[in-house]
Design a protein around this ligand. Sequence first.
Ligand code: DSN
Length: 412
Amino acid sequence: MNLENLRKVDSQVAEQIDLELKRQQENIELIASENFTSLAVMEACGSVLTNKYAEGKPHKRYYNGCEHIDVIEEIAQKRACELFGMEHANVQPHSGAQANMAVFMAVLKPGDKVLSMDLSNGGHLSHGSPVNFSGLYFDVAGYGINENGEIDYENVRKMALEHKPKLIICGASNYSKIIDFKKFREIADEAGALLLADIAHIAGLVAAGIHPSPAPYCDFVTTTTHKSLRGPRGGIIMCKEKYAKDIDKAVFPGLQGGPLEHIIAGKAVALLEAMQPEFKEYAKQIVKNAKALAQGLLDEGLDIVGGMTENHLMTLDLRKTGKTGKDMANVLERVGITANKNTVPNDPQSPFVTSGIRLGTPAVTTRGFKEEDMHKVAKIIASAIYSSDNENVLADLRKDSLELCKKHPLYS
Ligand code: DSN
């Protein structure tokens, strides 16, 4: 990576970027929400567009000099609509949480009722957690998953009819099954609710047609752009045309200041990349790799919440091993595997300790891992967990993970 000028100006920051690149190259990235974006995306994000103020919308800005910015933002909007089959797109949200916040602001008043997946069952902070704006200012009921790791749609329906939410949210941060958007639409219609799908995790799979699309069923679709979609860090809101004005007003002036036009350019590039036939192959491989990893872990005698995954992620349930998510995530880091601790349903441990580890395959698939590699990764994970106190075993496993990283070089 060319850091020629940075090295001269700020060697401290340059050094940490070098080290971070090495960390990414030499570790197996299994954080389900991370990925490695292309150099083309990074060039757009590192461009002169960072210099420009462009509050407002294309052709309706509060600053002059936006003629090129306008073209770029319109390209991003058009590509988002085309890729996801939605009528309107606002590509300005700085993150997925901000995208969700804008939907709340556009259609709800403080105190209004919301029904969403509970955080400890796989939902997201911005879907109504009591420590987030969404839970502080709105009256939120949370649905969960059953013992098969699936959403209990009949229970969601019951809760919707009882709670009478103005907004139902489907979509999760940690859910390994296919989401039935049609069923959610039927429930929303029965309860008289609006429907928001937060597809942040599965956006790449939806874009590639590997996961059913929420577009025919949902009033609003929010996403991040940096997870399975493999773009820069940011968010997008899509909606039916009739909500376009309210959504745009909620983003600006409601919630945000100047849009990050350099990141919007990166989003445009990523959306174009996601339209290519290679991306479809990539998305298919993400799921194949996740299934191979899950099978490998099951074969090693480990438990997975809900058993076999249907998408890009899974949660290892460590309860029967007597070990915690916190400790095992640290052990995995020592053998060169990066993942995050995660609660499992009815977790006896606190959210800071947990009994689970979430694992996902978008990032390793980008660097070329295939099923045979995932079987090796499963063996490394299982051995690390079973032999977490054996320094010699851990040292050997670190060599194995490095070997896999070398087999699939990144940014070189
Ligand atoms: N932090 C993201 C994740 O890891 O799933 C959600 O925002």
